[in-house]
Structure formats: C-alpha cells, structure tokens
Design a protein around this ligand. Sequence first.
Ligand SMILES: [Zn+2]
Length: 128
Amino acid sequence: MDPISPLEQALHAARALVLADLVAGRVAEADVVSLVEESVTQRRWWVEQWPEGAQYVAGLVAQDVQDALLERYGRWPLCPVCGTGDPHALDVEPELGPDPHWVCSEAGVKVAAVGSLGEAIGGAGASS
Ligand SMILES: [Zn+2]
C-alpha cells in the first residue's frame, strides 16, 4: 500500500483541528461529529479535483461545520473575547486560504488558530 497521501493527511488534520474546537466549545456530541465527517467527505471530493486546495481544507471544514451548526444548534463558536453586547459567532479568515484563524469581526481581532480555540476560551485572554 502507498503511504498516506498528502491529501489524506490534510483531511485528517482538518478533521482533528475542527473536532478540537468543537470539544473546546463543548459541542462535540455524536451528531455534531457526524457533521464534521460529512464535511470531510465532501471536501475529499473537492480536493481531489483541486489538489492545490489541500492547505485550505481546514478552514473550509470549519466553515462547513459552522454553517451546519447554525441551522441545527445556533451560532458556533461564540466569541470569547467580547464580554458585552449581543453574543456573536467568530468567523474563519481567510475564507479560502492556508493557516485559517477564528476572528471576531466586531472587535477586529484574531482569536485563535482553527484547532486552538480551547486555548482562547480556557487560557488567559490574548486580547489587544
Ligand atoms: Zn467578539
């Protein structure tokens, strides 16, 4: 058998990163995990058509899961930075690019890399 292809590595990494953020937000229930699997399956097809997009997969899976959760559960992940005002979700930036981060568009700050949301929620705040 061939070793794991870079494409599969990227998909595995994307899955692990988004799951880590779901765990951090305490929403990693079985049906939520299946949303991640669904997204990874769709993105596998997508990245097979466009292998150069492998480095974008983590950001795309994060956005897929975010959209799916919005329909079923509500906003995710909630912004841990802004203590006041209406609760709002973080956005993934870049929407299509490598090294995706969660950002708060209200405060205009990078909150955490995708996969490191737990540090932003649980650890000392890295604001301003
Ligand atoms: Zn915010």
